[in-house]
Design a protein. Structure first.
Lengths: 749, 226
């Protein structure tokens, strides 16, 4: 006997029964297809919603919190910033170039949907190891896709992360963050209001690409390669030139005040855009499926309604404005077609319906093809409190994982250090990271720093916006709660290194299969850890995305929550020093003395050691360290600055050395534990001798401990009794790691 | 009266606002000129900015050259008006026949966004009048198709006629003779791959582009008074 239709569409038997009870009758195929995409994990967050409620979301400067297309905060001078992060992991695993390209395209639409001009993209990327050919193919394709789409759509990609680790073999993580700016008084929400108003579809024609992307692709794991290859048609195909014209046309429509509401078409396509706008606007909508411009003949109604063809927007306009709307679209060569009408809301007994009609039977049957309560696609979506279980042997009280014994000793800490060095410029030199002439600090530093200019007049505010994305799967694998709090703390430290304080956080929660109780436990714990840190630091969470089913061959990825943190520099008068050393500069660690703990560190993980308890995080001290360092950066008192994270103080010093072409000579680092411990709240600074007393005094009066550890200069990386490596050797290893694996691709260097 | 610079906008252009900002930062006025309008009247200089005019479909600049505004730009150039094409704008000027040669894919077959050190080769162009020969300038490049190429005869005449304006000190894209920018024989039409508008403020890392755009404004001012 063949599989029932609802199961083939990804719905469970219980979900199908619930749909029948909502409708009071058996759903037809089109209706089932619409519920299937909207109730998919990707669209409904059915496994995570119950946990996400625990995140703090409020602050006086938050204008729009989670649940809209993007979070929006007030950044002063009448300017608001819209920010969002998303994943495009599954499409990128199957078709790296288009997967990554359409990830960028999709998030841009989320931002200009809010009325904001997108001004920056960030791409946190996680791939399998460089010695795995398929992972290299994925990495190359993803970077090309971001470069190909982002550069030509005309939005700079100003930063991100690049991580290679075996946990991502077969299931890379391709996250993308977008920041946009808008006049605070022009904020638009994606709501369809005003009975009789028109729904106008803007942009591309609708094809058969990406059908079921959210359900077939994004809400299931990966198995064997042949089956995965068959999913390739579920990946959408992007056209950055179409998107560029769409951005300009939509912003022109908003400038002219011609739209009542506007919504992008992303996951679940027209079904999502029409039902979301209708239910947000407390209305209903009639959609004429035959009026949707189609890319190919013979498309059925369910294909039109669930297609994820890219570069489309749905604008709600008053009938009297239609001619002007069409004129602006024509100028930008953007297709515009009236496809629907706003109808009465649920207050009327027959209102609030999303009706899909085909009056003349152009696509098949004539008449009303689907008739469902618009809000039920969202509000009635299932909510699961899936079973959770900590991993075997995890001590919940002591927060200590199963012991893997002692971390093996290092025979050659210098060689270990060199092996960790990796210059990521191979990636970001392929991205336009300077467009809009705002990039003060671009990719490759602790955080990106953009000057803040008025989105309409271009006037300089004299302030700066800082952005960073951070994640650490090793910490989160040991302890997802403390690990995630440490990730938030690291993001704050990164902002401090460019002189910024945190304003708002967005998160992309990349986890494995939620039907595995250990994964649900990781997710729930990570959310608690994020809530702990955000509450303690006073950072509101303004948006997020959950990507589940990140698994390959039955193995879940390590828990990989990624945070995007937006910060502010109140007076942007000079370029931050960056991770640099100057000859003769004094090296100081600002922050608490080292905790002798290697659990969760890269050093331990590389030796197969994955248990133990993470170093402790003192929220109050951490905030004070971040504040103090940001102040020192802004006063121009530092010659170099870099936070201690992956690879410990050792890697922080080595990175400063290769970035600046200066060696160093350090002491007071007793052994490999001190060298590689990733205990938080520590920032390495390089200080000109004449500034040293001032810097130490500033720290002391803030109650922040300092440790002098050495002097910069020379052509060697030296840690007394532990490390002695030639700067040249370290530099070559750092610079050549990615080009040697992925191809030089440039005639330089 | 302050100099007025017209900055072209094609669908897909993306550096037009950056050029406007840089020009205004240097004290001149700027005005956007829509590709579909067939006029550049009222401006003292024209900049064809970077981006992806018409999506770079077919090849960069190949469609843009047919936009109505390009006829007006050609006429403006023939009359001695200063015209500068930056990046995609350089590609458009070669496709339009206002400058010789062509821009092909970078030798490394990758997009490249990075700082580049340029050497001023001649000061007879509208972009380098205020610079000195041999002066080194740090100005970023940002392109996939920035590898300048031309036949041997064209190269010989570029050299003989002193039409090579800027050279890369460390060639990033495989351009013939390390060429970063060229001009026509009269020196009033210049094309270059690096982005001077991205280098007018020390806060962003370099202000070396000021002398280039400043030269353009001087040349435009001279043509106004002349």
């Amino acid at each position: 006997m063949s599989e029932p239709v609802h199961r083939a569409l990804g719905l469970t038997d219980d979900e199908a029964a619930e749909i029948e009870s909502i409708l009071g009758r058996e759903p037809n195929h089109l209706e089932l297809a619409m519920y299937a995409v909207m109730w998919s994990e990707h669209c409904s967050y059915k496994s995570s919603r119950i946990h996400l409620k625990r995140l703090p979301t409020e602050a006086p400067w938050v204008l729009v919190g989670p649940g809209e297309n993007a979070g929006v905060i007030d950044v002063g001078d009448g300017i608001a910033a819209a920010i969002r992060i998303e994943s495009h992991n599954h499409p990128s695993a199957i078709e790296p170039y288009q997967g990554a390209a359409t990830g960028a395209g999709g998030i841009l639409r989320d931002i200009f949907t809010m009325g904001a001009r997108p001004i920056a993209l960030m791409d946190p990327l996680r791939f399998g190891p460089l010695d795995d050919p398929r992972s290299r193919w994925i990495a190359e394709g993803v970077v090309s896709g971001i470069s190909g789409y982002g550069n030509s759509v005309g939005v700079p990609t100003v930063g991100g992360e690049t991580v290679f680790d075996a946990t991502y073999t077969g299931n890379p993580l391709v996250n993308v963050l977008c920041l946009g700016l808008l006049p605070a008084d022009r904020l638009v929400l994606g709501a369809a209001t005003g009975e009789g108003n028109l729904a106008v579809l803007l942009g591309s024609t609708t094809g058969r690409d990406g059908i079921g992307g959210v359900s077939v692709l994004a809400s299931a794991g990966f198995g064997d390669e042949d089956a995965d290859a068959e999913k390739r048609p579920s990946v959408q195909v992007g056209d950055p030139f179409e998107e560029k014209r769409l951005i300009e046309a939509c912003l022109a429509l908003l400038d002219a005040g011609l739209v009542v509401g506007i919504q992008d078409l992303g996951g679940a396509g027209l079904t999502c855009a029409t039902s979301e706008t209708a239910s947000r606007g407390h209305a209903g909508m009639d959609v004429d499926v035959a009026a949707v411009p189609r890319r190919e003949p013979g498309m059925e109604a369910f294909e039109v309604m669930t297609s994820e063809s890219q570069e489309r927007m749905l604008a709600i306009v008053e009938p009297g404005s239609l001619d002007e709307v069409l004129e602006i679209c024509d100028r930008w060569e953007v297709r515009a077609s009236v496809v629907g009408t706003v109808t009465a809301g649920p207050d009327r007994s027959d209102g609030g319906r999303l009706r899909i009609v085909d009056p003349d039977g152009t696509l098949g049957d004539a008449g009303v093809l689907a008739d469902i309560p618009a809000a039920s696609l969202h509000d009635a979506a299932p909510l699961y409190d899936r079973p959770q279980r900590p991993p075997e042997g995890f001590d919940l009280d002591a927060r200590i994982g199963p012991s893997s014994g002692e971390v093996p000793e290092s025979n050659d800490p210098g060689a270990d250090l060199v092996a960790m060095l990796c210059d990521t410029s191979w990636v970001w030199r392929q991205y336009d990271h300077q467009l809009f002439v705002n990039t003060v600090v671009g990719p490759g530093a602790d955080a990106t720093l953009l000057r803040l200019r008025d989105p309409l007049s271009g006037a300089d505010t004299g302030r700066g916006l800082a952005l960073t994305t951070d994640g650490n799967h090793r910490w989160c694998a040991v302890d997802p709660r403390v690990g995630t709090a440490l990730v938030v703390a690291e993001a704050m430290a990164n902002l401090a290194c460019v002189g910024a304080h945190a304003l708002a956080l967005v998160n992309c929660l990349n986890f494995g299969n939620p039907e595995h109780p250990e994964v649900m436990w990781q997710l729930s714990e990570a959310i608690d850890g994020m809530a702990d840190a955000c509450e303690a630091f006073g950072i509101p969470v303004v948006g997020g995305n959950v990507s589940l089913y990140n698994e390959s061959q039955g193995t879940d990825i390590d828990p990989s929550p990624v945070v995007g943190l937006l910060g502010m520099v109140d007076e942007l008068v000079r370029r931050p020093p960056g991770p640099r050393l100057v000859a003769g500069g004094r090296l100081v660690v600002i922050g608490p003395p080292p905790q002798r703990e290697l659990a969760g560190s890269r050093f331990a993980y590389d030796r197969g050691h994955r248990g133990g308890g993470l170093p402790a995080l003192d929220f109050g001290l951490h905030a004070e360290v971040a504040r103090t360092v940001a102040g020192l950066v802004n006063s121009g008192l530092l010659a170099g600055v870099h936070d201690v994270a992956e690879g410990g103080v050792g890697l922080a010093l080595a990175e400063m050395a290769v970035h600046s072409g200066e060696g160093f000579s350090a002491a007071r680092i007793d052994d490999a534990v001190d060298l590689f411990s990733e205990a938080p709240s520590r920032i390495v600074v390089c200080v000109e001798p004449e500034q040293l007393t001032t810097v130490l005094n500033v720290c002391e009066s803030a109650g922040v401990p300092t440790t002098r550890i050495g002097v910069a200069g020379g052509d060697r990386l030296m840690v007394k009794g532990l490390v002695d490596v030639a700067l040249e050797e370290a530099t070559v290893a750092w610079r050549d790691r990615l080009p040697n694996a992925l191809g030089h691709g440039t005639t330089q260097g | 009266m302050s100099v007025r610079v017209g900055v072209l906008v094609f669908p897909g252009s993306n550096c037009e606002q950056d050029v406007v900002w840089a020009v205004e930062h240097l004290g001149a006025q700027a005005e956007l000129l829509w590709h579909g309008d067939g006029s550049v009247s009222g401006v003292d200089a024209v900049v064809v900015p970077g981006g992806f005019a018409h999506g770079d479909y077919l090849r960069p600049g190949a469609i843009a050259r047919f936009s109505p505004v390009m006829e007006a730009v050609t006429e403006f150039a023939r009359g001695g008006g200063p015209v500068v094409g930056i990046c995609n704008g350089f590609q458009v000027l070669t496709e339009a026949g206002l400058l010789p040669g062509a821009l092909q894919k970078n030798a490394g077959l990758k997009f490249l966004c990075a700082p580049a050190v340029l050497e001023v080769v001649t000061t007879r162009s509208v972009l380098t009048g205020d610079a000195t020969v041999g002066q080194r300038l740090s100005v970023p490049v940002n392109h996939f198709e920035g590898n300048y190429t031309c036949d041997d005869r064209t190269l010989a005449s570029l050299r003989d006629d002193d039409c090579i304006v800027l050279r890369y000190v460390d060639n990033p894209n495989g351009s013939v003779d390390d060429i970063a920018g060229i001009c026509n024989r009269e020196g009033n039409v210049v094309g270059l791959m690096p982005h001077p508008e991205r280098a007018v403020d020390e806060l962003l890392g370099s202000a070396d582009g000021r002398v280039l755009l400043g030269s353009l404004l001087s040349a435009a001012g001279t043509s106004v008074t002349a």
